[in-house]
Design a protein around this ligand. Sequence first.
Ligand SMILES: NC(=O)c1ccc[n+]([C@@H]2O[C@H](COP(=O)([O-])OP(=O)(O)OC[C@H]3O[C@@H](n4cnc5c(N)ncnc54)[C@H](OP(=O)(O)O)[C@@H]3O)[C@@H](O)[C@H]2O)c1
Length: 250
Amino acid sequence: MKTVLITGATSGFGKAMAQKFAANNNTIIITGRRADRLEALARELTAAYKVPVHSLVFDVRDRAAVFAVIEQLPPAFANIDVLINNAGLALGRDYFEDADIDDWDTMLDTNVKGVMYVTKAVVPGMIERKQGHIINMGSIAGKEVYEKGNGYCASKYALDALSQSMRVDLLRHKIKVTAIHPGAAETEFSMVRFKGNEAAAEKMYEGYQPLSAADVADVVFYTTTLPAHVCINELVLTCQAQANSFYLHR
Ligand SMILES: NC(=O)c1ccc[n+]([C@@H]2O[C@H](COP(=O)([O-])OP(=O)(O)OC[C@H]3O[C@@H](n4cnc5c(N)ncnc54)[C@H](OP(=O)(O)O)[C@@H]3O)[C@@H](O)[C@H]2O)c1
């Protein structure tokens, strides 16, 4: 039984990963800003899988809060084996000159600095125990830049660089770092990106079968099942209809 901390578990990939890891008999720490959703998920996981579940309500951008919640973890949850930095978002889909600067700040603060804060808080324990696995949720937007992707692409490119850098620096501590780069997946991602515009969000998934959150969770889970000496460094994952950021067959 491993202890797995998943950020952004109130919806989408994070929720599906919590379900997958719980179904496989792991101790789960779920995080997010929406306390009601975390409570509901904790109840669901405890009832269905009888595994220990702990919820942490915090914003990954809040540096003080990040360190406080990790420091105050109850002993039964304190030895984190797998950290999944999944919390993140895209905001807006505009040409560079039209994009909202506040949206850029939010994306960079969440997708890059949030990952740095959470990892910095968790990694000392991994170093002490000389083992650990950090999984960063990147995107194909961090592999190929697309039109009107400016701030989001910049954040996921930065995260890609950070994942590579972490892998190098943490090598001597026997900590694995895996970057997962999904393509189009149907979650609340597009509703958030298009700020509640349902029609625009639905249009993203029209005419093909996108990845589901469960598809992504299965792949992430697989990367944690390998022998100690085997590490998937990075993995690009799309639905069959998508070849890369540009080619989507509808
Ligand atoms: N869906 C896609 O097509 C796709 C493709 C490639 C990569 N990704 C990446 O996959 C990750 C998960 O996205 P998703 O598709 O599952 O989207 P989602 O359904 O919108 O879930 C995003 C999660 O991130 C959390 N989150 C956002 N901002 C946060 C903050 N400041 N502090 C704490 N938690 C925060 C949200 O929780 P709260 O709102 O409760 O805080 C939510 O649980 C993101 O990093 C995204 O960039 C998504």
